[in-house]
Every structure is written in structure tokens, then in C-alpha cells.
Design a protein around this ligand. Structure first.
Ligand code: PLP
Length: 489
């Protein structure tokens, strides 16, 4: 008979202090001992009465723990008693290698080895975090009413698996919106609802390219795109940007022809340039020639501050190999997790089956509420309110930089969107500046972190959308103080 008192007694006593009932604790300790091989197959556990006495427990607690272990196959009970079952072969236990350590040592896939984002959700709320819209200005009551209305239809079908390409009314509402507001040429069936741009990028990377194929990504550019492409096993080729956006050297098409091209032509992320028409047309032509797909990420052009935006690349040329990617993360709010892709009609038939297999779409109420939000004109109304608010916040940021920024630098971008980029002198490394800022509760992002493997740029990307204009001056002074103190150290 195995004596369990050494194994259990002390730890079981500890259970008094925590909220876990002791029969549960006993079950967990025995299960762990069996899994780790400290209780070997074939060994008999003490009779319930004996163990209860030894541990000072009610007999029923022991019986319940044994029953649970038996139900899960860790022990077998017979007239001979309770015997530890033989489990399928496990890695042999070692003195220094507990199961947790062993698990942590199991290598992740090579494709994700370099991923290591440590940013927290709290950090996203700090002043100057790029990409966060004015959360306090969202019409949450109107949204709640539409959500409630979506749920008030008691049709149980809403609870089932929903159409993998999205709710039909939302696809229709998006098609109408992007046709008029963004010059996208499409019918509703070309619109595919996704869980945001990150999801769209994942789907495109997997459905349109094979592992080992090349994807061109703007450098500097959007880290989310790099992550999606690398996770799908694609080879990232950094392509420099200039004041007209993506600027591939002529020979690059021949030397490293891409399968996918990720670009932000309306507002290069993060430097802010706008790709002019001639370059858009040339890019489409070249992409056609090499058989590449262009992923046009139109993430924030709803917020244009200097006149109407250029129409999307998607609608420029018939049969352009362009997938248009839109998101509601900026125009609504990031936690909504809804976005969309507009795909060429020629792809629809094949994609329908492919995505039918790859995607399980839910959020039916959110999708229906969003369709109503758009159809009732609230979406355009909200955008109309946000544009001047963001323009005001941007100009407050520019003014404060002029007043307080002591270092030489150039402000880039700002024609639309929610952020500016600010270059830093070489003797002020952006990583150090961003780290010093974060210590004081501010979250501009280092420009070098947007690198795709090319020569890093030194600067800060500063989000202004979620900081009220009247606080901007104080925030910029705080940022200057934080960086100066960081430099002095
Ligand atoms: C360039 C770019 N694209 C897309 C997005 C939005 O991504 P998602 O729709 O996954 O929230 C962001 C958000 O920061 C972005 O900066």
C-alpha cells in the first residue's frame, strides 16, 4: 500500500487557505503525481478510510476524489482496492525536468520564432499610441440600441453557424458604402466580412500564396502584415517607400518577383505618403505581368484632412489583381473586430468554397447592428463628426511640437488618419526615446520597430486621435521631459 502522507499532507493543509475545496485539491495532487510518474502504474492507493484519517479529512472527500480519478481513467477500482492505471507512454520523468519546463522547451514552429510582442492592452490606452481612435467620442448609446434591436429578433438561426462570408445585409451595406465613399467597383457578393484586417491578411496569405513564396511589404510598414505573412510561411521582401509610397527598384520585379504585394497607397503606414495615380497604375501593370496579388490596405482614409481622398486602387482598372482590405477598427472601434475584403468577381466562386472550409464566422448581432448603423446614416454621421475632431487634435499636436520639441526633426504624414511620424536625430535613438516615454505613461512607437529588414529609420510614430486637444500641449511637454531625462541617464 502506498503511503501518501508525505506526498500529500503538507500541500493538502495549504489548501485550507485558498478557495479550492479539499476534495478537489486531493484529486488534483493525486492526478499530478500520477501524470508525473511519482505514483507508478499498478500501485495501490490507501483505503479511503485510512487516507481520510491520515490527512484529517472527511472520508467522503477522499471517496469523491477517488471517484473522479476513476471516472477519468487515472485509477481503477476493484475488490482489491484503488489501483493506479497504466497510462499511455509518457516522457520519462526526470528529477530536474518538471512537466511545465518540459512543455516550455517544446519548440514553436520556425515561422513564429521571431514573434515576441509584449505590448499590453493597457498600453494601447496610453497617450500617443498610434492607431487608436477617439474611444470616448464613439456614440455608444446608439450602438447599444442597434445591438439590442439585433438580439430582439428571437430567430434561433442567429445562434447557429453563420454565413462564412458574412451577413448578407452587412455585405450589401459595405458594398454601397465603399462604392460611393472609396470608388471601389464592386457588387455586394464581392464583399467578404472578416474579423478585421489582421484576419483578412491571414486569409489572403493562406488562400493566395504558398509557403516559401515572396511577399513584398513596404519598409517601413505595418508589423501586422509582416506577422500574417510570416505565419503563413511566406518570404518577406522589404521594399523601400519614398514620398510617393511603395518604390520598388526596377530590377526587383525580375530578381525577386512577388506573389503578394502589401501596400497602403492611400496613406502609407507609418510615414504617411499618398501614392499618386501614375504609380498606382504602374504597380497594377507590373503585378499583372508577374502574376502577383496586390493587397490594398485602406485602413484610415475615412479621415482625410486635406480634401477628398484618391479613389481606391481596386477600382482603377478592370481586372486589376487587387484585393481591397477595409477595417472598422478606426472608423468604429478596435474591439468590434470586424473588417472586410473586396475580391475580384473572377475569384468569387473558388474563394467561396475555400473560405467556407477555412472560416467559422459569428458575431451575427454585431454584423446586423453594423449594417443598420451604416444604413441609417449613423456611420457617415459619426465619420463627419470625427474628421474635424481628428484634424483639431492633429493641429494641436503640431502646434505643441513647434512650441516644445527641442530636437531637430521632420514631421511626416498627416494628410489623413490618426497619427504623425516625427524623425529623430541620430544621437537620439528612437528605442531609447520610446522606452523613456513609456516609463512616464506615454506610448509613441519607435519608427525602427516598423522595419521590415531594410535600413531602419529613426523616429517616433505619434498617435493623436485618442488625446483631447486641450491636453496635447501638456502631453508633449511631458514627452519632452521624459525623453530628456532618459538621455541624461
Ligand atoms: C496599417 C494598418 N492596417 C490595418 C489596421 C487595422 O487592423 P485590424 O482591422 O486588424 O484592427 C491597422 C491598425 O492599427 C493598421 O495600422
Amino acid at each position: 500500500m502506498t503511503d501518501l502522507t508525505l506526498l500529500l499532507d503538507r500541500r493538502l493543509m495549504r489548501a485550507r487557505k485558498d478557495a479550492v475545496p479539499r476534495q478537489r485539491r486531493l484529486y488534483e495532487l493525486l492526478r499530478k503525481a500520477i501524470l508525473e510518474g511519482r505514483l507508478l502504474a499498478g500501485s495501490a492507493l490507501p483505503a479511503s478510510r485510512t487516507l481520510a484519517q491520515d490527512l484529517g479529512l472527511a472520508r467522503n472527500s477522499v471517496i469523491h476524489a477517488y471517484e473522479q480519478l476513476a471516472a477519468e481513467g487515472y485509477v481503477q477500482t476493484s475488490r482489491q482496492g484503488t489501483i493506479v492505471a497504466a497510462l499511455p507512454s509518457r516522457p520519462s520523468p526526470s528529477m530536474n525536468d518538471g512537466p511545465e519546463e518540459a512543455l516550455a522547451n517544446v519548440a514553436l514552429s520556425a515561422r513564429v520564432q521571431s514573434f515576441n510582442r509584449r505590448r499590453t492592452a493597457e498600453q494601447d490606452l496610453l497617450p500617443f499610441m498610434p492607431g487608436i481612435p477617439a474611444l470616448d467620442a464613439f456614440p455608444i448609446r446608439a450602438w447599444r440600441r442597434l445591438l439590442q434591436a439585433a438580439w430582439s429578433d428571437p430567430d434561433p438561426a442567429l445562434l447557429s453557424y453563420r454565413p462564412s462570408l458574412g451577413e448578407p445585409e452587412l455585405r450589401q451595406a459595405i458594398a454601397t458604402y465603399v462604392r460611393t465613399a472609396r470608388g471601389v467597383v464592386c457588387q455586394a457578393d464581392q464583399v467578404i466580412v472578416t474579423g478585421g484586417t489582421q484576419d483578412s491578411l491571414d486569409l489572403c496569405a493562406q488562400a493566395l500564396a504558398d509557403p516559401g513564396q515572396r511577399v513584398w511589404i513596404e519598409h517601413p510598414g505595418y508589423g501586422g502584415a509582416r506577422v500574417a505573412m510570416q505565419a503563413a510561411g511566406l518570404r518577406v521582401v522589404p521594399v523601400p517607400v519614398d514620398e510617393q509610397g511603395l518604390a520598388p527598384a526596377a530590377g526587383l520585379w525580375r530578381r525577386q518577383p512577388p506573389r503578394l504585394i502589401y501596400t497602403t497607397p492611400s496613406h502609407q503606414y507609418p510615414l504617411g505618403s499618398v501614392m499618386p495615380l501614375a504609380r498606382r497604375l504602374a504597380l497594377i501593370e507590373q503585378a499583372k505581368t508577374v502574376g502577383a496579388w496586390i493587397l490594398e490596405d485602406d485602413y484610415d482614409s475615412e479621415f482625410r484632412h486635406d480634401g477628398p481622398p484618391l479613389a481606391a486602387m481596386q477600382g482603377l482598372v478592370p481586372q486589376a489583381p487587387v484585393i481591397y482590405l477595409g477595417t472598422f477598427s478606426k472608423s468604429m472601434f478596435p474591439a468590434l473586430r470586424l473588417g472586410f475584403m473586396v475580391v475580384p468577381a473572377a475569384l468569387l466562386d473558388r474563394l467561396q468554397g475555400v473560405l467556407g472550409d477555412m472560416v467559422r464566422r459569428g458575431q451575427s448581432a454585431e454584423q446586423i447592428a453594423l449594417a443598420a448603423f451604416i444604413n441609417e446614416g449613423r456611420f457617415t454621421q459619426h465619420l463627419r463628426k470625427m474628421r474635424p475632431l481628428y484634424a483639431q487634435r492633429q493641429s494641436a499636436l503640431r502646434d505643441a511640437l513647434v512650441r516644445h520639441w527641442p530636437w531637430p526633426g521632420e514631421v511626416l504624414g498627416g494628410a489623413c488618419g490618426l497619427h504623425l511620424a516625427l524623425t529623430l536625430p541620430d544621437d537620439l535613438p528612437d528605442l531609447q526615446a520610446a522606452e523613456a516615454a513609456l516609463k512616464k505613461g506615454l506610448s509613441p512607437r519607435p519608427l525602427s520597430a516598423y522595419g521590415m529588414g531594410g535600413e531602419p529609420r529613426n523616429g517616433l510614430v505619434i498617435g493623436y486621435a485618442n488625446t483631447p486637444a486641450e491636453q496635447m500641449d501638456a502631453r508633449v511637454r511631458q514627452l519632452v521631459r521624459a525623453i530628456s531625462a532618459g538621455l541624461a541617464r
